[in-house]
Design a protein around this ligand. Structure first.
Ligand code: SAM
Length: 433
């Protein structure tokens, strides 16, 4: 295996178990082709084995094995990527199927592999009702030898948990997507199938059905990484007793449908995209056919920017909600200016509070690793203090934190890898003082 010297800063980071080798003057001297390399320090001591992606803009290598404290016999074993990959895939898949949270009993959309946090760097794999969505973040896994090996390992691991009839060995059962930084996500159509099997994939999460459309959105229309948060929200929605719900940045409406399934008497979903809201309506119809509890007559879609829709809701209707959800994209535009998610929340909060009933709940998300959990908590604290004075004077109420949310269940995180810890949510309650 080819050895390459790593920058002293990279060595330090890798010794702290950070799994990325970022572009620097040392990476310029690495070979020009994808492959598996051994990173060494100044003294030629092996520090890690990594998967090399020379054309990546920033993340030139993803650590496959940390070697510093690894015993000699283990070190030799790790060099055998084939058997190590089989072992890691089996471990990752078993964790999901044998989880104490019974993930598979509650939903058939979940991550089988969550990249670095499952020690299979640069790959995420979702189980979507027996269709396997492979998302590659490094070109290393494009190499046919390793991609085929990955698929084979997945099939072997899944065959342990699923009846043979559930997982067909045909290649078209895999969906492949490239998510290399600097370019938009790209679907890769397998040679053996003419098109992506959009029509056939329907997933069921906590009793709600979602038809996924992979031509419409990068994840088919459901963010499975938020499923654990949706699950935790169910008791809060039920306790509100037939609440009215405003879902901002609703996308294809996973929170809207969850609320309807759990007793909401009315849900208003707002999104800029007409196509996403049409998909939401399709999903309502799908559930109506299968589940009479979920009544589409209780739902209203508003195609508009959140900023404008909130103003109109305030002026036109004077209507208040028991639960407001706001999940802006990391960077969002109202057509005129671009703001980040935190700025959006800061700016929108006073307006949202005017739309919230006493004892109502407000669920806010941000979706970026660039703001750490601690910073997020601090910012939420600042937002609450800023709103407190105004609330006391105007609404005679105060805002309090009910709980925070983060990635969990099938989406593990590592303390040594903050980049993988991107989702942060907070549930707030408006209380009368
Ligand atoms: C992160 S997704 C929300 C995911 C959603 N909460 C879910 O659970 O599926 C962000 C959504 O915001 C929408 N969006 C972006 N900017 C917007 C704006 N200014 N007003 C309304 N919607 C916007 C996008 O079309 C996209 O569907």
């Amino acid at each position: 295996m080819i050895k390459v010297e790593l920058h002293p800063t990279t060595v330090k980071m890798v010794n702290r178990k950070h799994p990325w080798i970022l572009k620097d003057s040392y990476t310029e001297k690495f070979p020009k082709r994808e492959g598996i390399l051994v990173g060494v320090d100044r003294t030629q001591m092996p520090v890690c084995i990594f998967l090399h992606d020379p054309s990546a803009l920033q993340i030139k290598g993803r650590v496959w094995s940390f070697l510093q404290e690894t015993k000699q016999e283990r070190k030799e074993a790790i060099f055998d990527l084939d058997s190590e990959l089989q072992h890691r895939v089996m471990q990752a898949v078993s964790k999901r199927f044998e989880s104490k949270n019974n993930i598979y009993q509650q939903r058939n959309n979940f991550y089988l592999i969550f990249g670095e946090a499952d020690y299979i760097p640069g790959v995420k794999v979702q189980f979507l009702n027996c269709t396997i969505l492979i998302q590659l973040y490094t070109r290393f896994w494009q190499l046919p030898r390793y991609l085929n090996l990955l698929k084979k390992c997945l099939q072997d691991a899944l065959s342990k948990y699923l009846p043979q009839t559930h997982i067909k060995p045909q290649r078209q059962h895999f969906l492949l997507q490239y998510r290399f930084s600097g370019s938009a996500p790209t679907w890769v159509v397998d040679n053996t199938s003419n098109e992506i099997e959009t029509k056939t994939v329907t997933v069921t999460e906590f009793g709600v059905n979602y038809a996924l459309n992979f031509e419409l959105c990068d994840d088919g229309g459901i963010y499975s990484d938020m499923a654990s948060v949706r699950k935790l929200m169910i008791p809060y929605i039920r306790r509100l007793l037939q609440p009215t719900v405003l879902n901002l940045y609703a996308h294809t409406g996973s929170f809207s449908l969850l609320a309807l399934e759990n007793g909401a008497q009315k849900v208003v979903s707002v999104d800029l995209s007409k196509s996403y809201l049409s998909q939401l309506e399709l999903n309502l119809q799908l559930n109506l056919k299968m589940n009479l509890q979920l009544d589409s007559g209780n739902h209203l879609s508003i195609v508009d920017s959140v900023q404008s829709a909130v103003q109109k809701l305030k002026q036109d209707r004077g209507e208040k909600f028991d639960l407001i959800i706001s999940d802006p994209p990391s960077c969002s535009s109202d057509g005129q200016r671009v703001a980040n998610a935190l700025q959006n929340h800061q700016k929108n909060l006073p307006h949202l509070l005017e739309l919230l009933r006493d004892n109502g709940l407000l669920l806010l998300f941000i979706n970026t690793h660039k703001i750490s959990t601690n910073t997020f908590k601090r910012k939420v604290g600042e937002m609450i203090s800023l709103s407190t004075l105004k609330l006391k004077l105007k609404l005679k109420s105060k805002l309090e934190v009910v709980r925070y949310f983060h990635l969990s269940e099938d989406c593990p995180t590592l303390t040594s890898f903050p980049e993988g810890d991107y989702l942060k949510g907070v549930l707030l309650r408006l209380r009368k003082t």
